[in-house]
Write a protein that binds this ligand. Sequence first.
Ligand SMILES: C[S@@+](CC[C@H](N)C(=O)[O-])C[C@H]1O[C@@H](n2cnc3c(N)ncnc32)[C@H](O)[C@@H]1O
Length: 243
Amino acid sequence: MGLIAYNGVDAAAFAANRHLGDDALGAWRGAILRYLDPRPGLRLLDLGCGTGSWTRAFREWWPGVEVVAVEPSAAMRERAVFEPVLAGDAASIPLADASVDAVWLSTVVHHIPDLAAAAREIRRVLAPGGPVLIRSAFAGRPDGIGLFRYFPEAVAVLDRYPSVARVEEAFATAGFTTTDFAPVPQVTAPSLADLATGLRREAHTPLQLISDEAYAAGVARLRAAAETTHGPAVDALDLLVLA
Ligand SMILES: C[S@@+](CC[C@H](N)C(=O)[O-])C[C@H]1O[C@@H](n2cnc3c(N)ncnc32)[C@H](O)[C@@H]1O
């Protein structure tokens, strides 16, 4: 069991609140293309695909690529905007040995209870030399992410996530080494006001795991900032690439 269960309430909030807009997707598309050649016939695994917004984007961007989506939560699978989504998790991927060319994990690694077991399973299904692209917030790196400014208590939750070094160590036990690591700025919302209006606590693990008082104080801070801060809300999550 990860940090949160992704039951029906979380899944509905995630589907409503966490699908990125075209600007943000475009920034990530550019970043991914530095490490992935989406040639026709390439098989790309979206592991922990959630409600499938990345799978859908990959399919739209690269029609010749075969995208395979795997997700452990039935509630997320039921709300997925992409079909089919296979039941499975990082330690038990329902695919044959060396059957995918690349693996994408977006905001998933902090939910994986045994990273070394996940790394071994990814090693098994991934063709030799294929990249593992990990999009995540990592312990010790709150600075690029706006929500942590308004909800400072959530930084303690982020510090329960794996650090970059911990992910690298776990993957090293399965023979992976780091290819690159870089923050990727994305437009999360057109404005802070939009961010405040659309915010759903259930869609964000760090906000679920702070007290109700801390959450209420953060919402008040965010709303106050939205009155004086204009322009897009930009966050930088990290991209860790291993092979
Ligand atoms: C924050 S959501 C991200 C969903 C999707 N990757 C995205 O970026 O839109 C985290 C997802 O990881 C899934 N998850 C939890 N534990 C997992 C595990 N052990 N292996 C794979 N996925 C897991 C959850 O069910 C949830 O759908």
